[in-house]
Write a new protein. Structure first.
Length: 151
């Protein structure tokens, strides 16, 4: 199944104008619920569009990796986002570290919203939101995790 981002101008102000839909026209509910929530929080249209494309990228990866576009709480594991990061890093050419981090962060927040009781989505010790920010940076010919020091 193929998916895309559409822009709809006829929705109420409580709905994101950007929707992720399947080729059949059916909306991807979990993504659009997240986008609507962000709209209500007052996010700018440009941010909503960015979130929609980030989640579209995640959905396409999920569908290819799992042979289904259906995401369930049981299917989410500690390695879900590590696998997603590996997929992005192995693309040729790989996306910028900032793009990888933004996509993973957006997808993780959307999954947390949809499945608050899901298993930890990152392996313990890999990500620590209370500490310094983590990012991927290209070092010589390989990608490495880099910990930024707070200013």
């Amino acid at each position: 199944m193929r998916y895309r981002v559409t822009q709809q101008h006829t929705l109420s102000h409580a709905h994101s104008p950007f929707r992720v839909v399947a080729q059949t026209g059916r909306e991807v509910d979990w993504i659009n619920r997240y986008l609507d929530q962000q709209r209500i929080r007052g996010m700018a249209d440009s941010t909503l569009r960015s979130y929609a494309h980030d989640l579209l990228h995640f959905l396409r990866w999920w569908a290819a990796a799992h042979q289904t576009s259906t995401i369930t709480q049981q299917a989410l594991t500690e390695s879900t986002f590590l696998d997603y990061i590996r997929f992005q890093v192995n693309q040729n050419p790989p996306p910028a570290a900032q793009s990888i981090n933004r996509r993973v962060g957006t997808a993780e927040r959307a999954m947390r919203r949809e499945y608050p009781e899901a298993a930890r989505l990152f392996a313990p010790g890999f990500q620590n939101w209370s500490g310094p920010a983590l990012a991927y940076r290209r070092s010589c010919n390989s990608w490495v995790m880099h910990r930024f020091k707070p200013r």
